[in-house]
Structures are given as C-alpha cells and as structure tokens.
Design a protein around this ligand. Structure first.
Ligand code: AR6
Length: 178
C-alpha cells in the first residue's frame, strides 16, 4: 500500500518548495546535463562550490550513495546529490543501486532534520534505466522507508516527462487501492 505522505507532480524540480530536492548527479559531483544541469543553473555557484569541497574531502560520490549541500538560490534549503546507476541491461546490480539512491537520500534527509523532500526520476534520462522498472523501484523503496519513520512528512515525486508521470500515477493508485 502506498503511503499517503507521497505526492506526485509533473514539472521542474528546481521550482519545488520542499526542505530538500534530490539531484540525479554523477560521481564527479561537478554537474552535467539533465536535471543536474538545471539544478546547478537555477541554484547558482554556491552548489558547485559545496560539491567541490565534498569532492576534495572524499573524492566524489559513488553510485547508490548520496551527499548533501546548500541549495543556493533555489527555493529548497538543501540539495541531496545521489548518483544513479547507468543502465547496462540489468547486469550490473542496477535495481539494487537505484533503490540505494532513494534509501541513502532519505537516510541523509532524516539525519539533517529534513521533513519534506522531492525526487526526480533518477537514472531514467541520460542513464537510460527503463522507466517502468525505475518507477516501481522508486515507489517501493520510498514506501518501505516511510513505514519506518515519522520524521518525513512529505515526499514528492517530480516527473518532468508525461511518460514517467503516467507510470507513477498508475503505481500510486494501485498502491492506494490494495
Ligand atoms: N526537473 C525534474 N526532472 C527533470 C528535470 C527537471 N528540471 N530535467 C530533467 N528531468 P537525467 P540520469 C528528468 O538525465 O538519467 C547528468 O548529466 C528527466 O526527464 O537528468 O540520472 C548527470 O550529471 C529524467 O526523467 O539523469 C549525470 O551524468 C530524470 O530527470 C547523468 O545526467 C533523470 O534524467 C545522470 O543521468
């Protein structure tokens, strides 16, 4: 059953007002295209500065892991940067690594006193993870995490494209009905 703290929005995550927004970054933490590019562009140089400081300290971020920075000029307070797996026909532990992105982002959120958080559809763009499977993993991981915490009050899945929005909508409705 899906948790009633989960919401679904179609739109641009850089405009969402939650305590944290999650970035689908790469292990360099130095920015890129897609949602990563949009977050750095809208948030300004403070985000990259904070990413560089983390990189200098711990050498970037591994696939499935997450780090937290300021959100710069964005309406959110923090950006949690997580690195999704590149799709490789399911042969490289991609499903587990994608679930780890959601789990580790939420764990970091709890540690930082965050109550509301927004996720993009990690790995489903440039990293080519199949959207249906990625949506099922995201909903399952977030629902399971929420079952064990009362601190998180709201999780928003922010879908940029219509296909992802339709997939999440179906999964979340199924969840409510069962
Ligand atoms: N708001 C919300 N979602 C967005 C936005 C936005 N402004 N822009 C794109 N998306 P991607 P990945 C959606 O490619 O597959 C970068 O270069 C998009 O429609 O951003 O994890 C990084 O530096 C898709 O559904 O991330 C990495 O190198 C989803 O965000 C690499 O891309 C994820 O697409 C990561 O690839």
């Amino acid at each position: 059953m899906s948790d009633n703290r989960i919401e679904l929005i179609r739109g641009d995550i850089t405009r969402i007002v939650t305590d944290a927004i999650v970035n689908a970054a790469n292990s360099s933490l130095l920015g890129g295209g897609g949602v990563d590019g949009a977050i750095h562009k809208a948030g300004g140089p403070a985000i990259l500065e904070a990413c560089v400081a983390i990189r200098n300290k711990q050498g970037g971020c591994k696939t499935g892991e997450a780090v937290i920075t300021t959100a710069g000029n964005l309406p959110a307070r923090y950006v949690i940067h997580t690195v999704g797996p590149v799709w490789n026909n399911g042969k490289k532990n991609e499903a587990e690594l994608l679930a780890a992105c959601y789990n580790n982002s939420l764990t970091l959120a709890v540690k930082n006193g965050i109550k509301t958080i927004s996720f993009p559809n990690i790995s489903t763009g440039i990293y080519h993870f199949p959207k249906q499977q990625a949506a099922a993993i995201a909903v399952k991981a977030v629902t399971a995490f929420l079952a064990n915490t009362t601190q998180i009050e709201k999780v928003i899945f922010v879908c940029f494209d219509e296909e992802n929005y339709a997939l999440y909508n179906q999964l979340l409705q199924q969840g409510t009905a069962s």
